[in-house]
Ligand binder design. Structure first.
Ligand SMILES: NC(=O)c1ccc[n+]([C@@H]2O[C@H](COP(=O)([O-])OP(=O)(O)OC[C@H]3O[C@@H](n4cnc5c(N)ncnc54)[C@H](OP(=O)(O)O)[C@@H]3O)[C@@H](O)[C@H]2O)c1
Length: 338
């Protein structure tokens, strides 16, 4: 089979090569999928930049989400069968014509759902659901700040917060993205390039702060976010995009920028900081991933979740797809199809 193999870390162009590689064989609890389309995630950019320690060593096949048809299922698999159209979260290996993954990370998709849309449902929507429904339980009227709201996970978080009746504040870095946020129902879009989000949150909440913040930017954004929380507030940290394009000194500055937090600093003002790593959840709590995936599929059927497809690239343009995501041009999901 063919796969888009990461052969070199660094810039997107020149990093990938389409190669002939062995077709994977599913174990008893695994599913083999003939991949029609796979999704990109920002973690793929981090892996290409050699900043993602869990990524396999090069030459590597990256890829967390695929959509396609089940080719074969292991003997212990009960939730899907050969011939089913599915979406699946892969633990790498998604940038290929065939991918294997645990059955707990696979779900049948609705008739009529296109493959591109299906790729958004696994990593990005499951991360958003896990964060917003399980790690914090958003309530009607909660004031919620969603950083990078126009991205893949960001779009899912906005849709879920809207569903729960929250007042949504969300940041993005361009006019087009702010318009997009407004179209999703964000009441307070904030252009972080023109306005300091901490000052804006203070102004818009009469100094009280927000109840929940979702942050995958990292660094000083976290420290400022912590200061922007109201009593009872929760700050969900699930990424560090800020570190992706930095040299070693920039990385250290960004890492220090997160700040240091003693439990007393959480207890006295009654604030919480929560970390999320979906790969760890998929590895160690597959039943939780399965529960999230089932909820995402149900909420998609109910039209609560409506993925936005930012752009679909052909496999031969995988480098351009990576570059597009890295240069912050995308809104919603970036997809590559065979
Ligand atoms: N912890 C987990 O398990 C988990 C799972 C999935 C995703 N994530 C994290 O969630 C974040 C979003 O992932 P995604 O796949 O949905 O990507 P995405 O949001 O679609 O794309 C990344 C966006 O991040 C914003 N951004 C902020 N700082 C950036 C920087 N220094 N360089 C590049 N972009 C920057 C940009 O939006 P603006 O133009 O608006 O700034 C950009 O469009 C990523 O940080 C990712 O690593 C974590």
């Amino acid at each position: 089979m063919k796969a888009a193999v990461l052969i070199k870390t660094g810039d997107a162009f020149g990093a990938f090569e389409i190669r002939e590689v062995p077709k994977p064989i599913p174990q008893n609890d695994e599913v083999l999928i003939k991949v029609a389309a796979f999704g990109l995630n920002f973690a793929d950019v981090m892996a290409r930049r050699d900043m993602y320690k869990e990524a396999p060593p090069i030459p590597a096949i990256l890829g967390y989400d695929v959509a396609g048809i089940v080719e074969a299922a292991g003997t212990a698999v009960t939730n899907v069968k050969a011939g089913d159209r599915v979406t699946a979260m892969t633990r790498f290996g998604g940038y290929a014509e065939y991918a294997v993954t645990k059955a707990s990370a696979v779900a049948v998709i609705e008739d009529g759902m296109d493959n591109a849309t299906a790729t958004a449902l696994t990593t990005q929507y499951c991360t958003a659901y896990f964060a917003a429904a399980e790690m914090v339980n958003l309530h009607k009227g909660d004031k919620v700040l969603i950083q990078s709201g126009a991205g893949g996970v960001g779009t899912a978080l906005v849709q879920f917060a809207k569903y729960r009746g929250c007042e949504i504040f969300s940041t993005a870095g361009s006019v087009a993205k702010l318009d997009y946020l407004s179209s999703l129902g964000v009441q307070h879009p904030i252009n972080y390039k023109e306005q300091d989000f901490e000052t804006e949150i203070k102004r818009l909440t009469n100094g009280k702060g927000v109840d929940v913040i979702f942050d995958a930017v990292g660094g000083a954004s976290v420290k400022k976010g912590f200061r922007s929380l109201a009593a009872g507030g929760r700050l969900i940290c699930y990424g560090a995009a800020e570190i992706s394009n930095k040299n070693i000194f920039g990385k250290i500055t960004t890492a220090l920028g997160f700040g240091f937090y003693h439990p007393l600093m959480l207890m006295m003002p009654s604030k919480a900081i929560i970390g999320i790593n979906m790969l760890r959840i998929a590895d160690e709590k597959p039943e939780v991933l399965q529960r999230c995936l089932e909820a995402v599929i149900r909420l998609t059927k109910e039209k609560v979740f409506v993925p936005t497809i930012g752009k679909v690239f052909n496999i031969n343009d995988i480098a351009a797809a990576h570059d597009y995501l890295e240069k912050r041009k995308s809104m919603g999901k970036v997809v590559v199809q065979w």
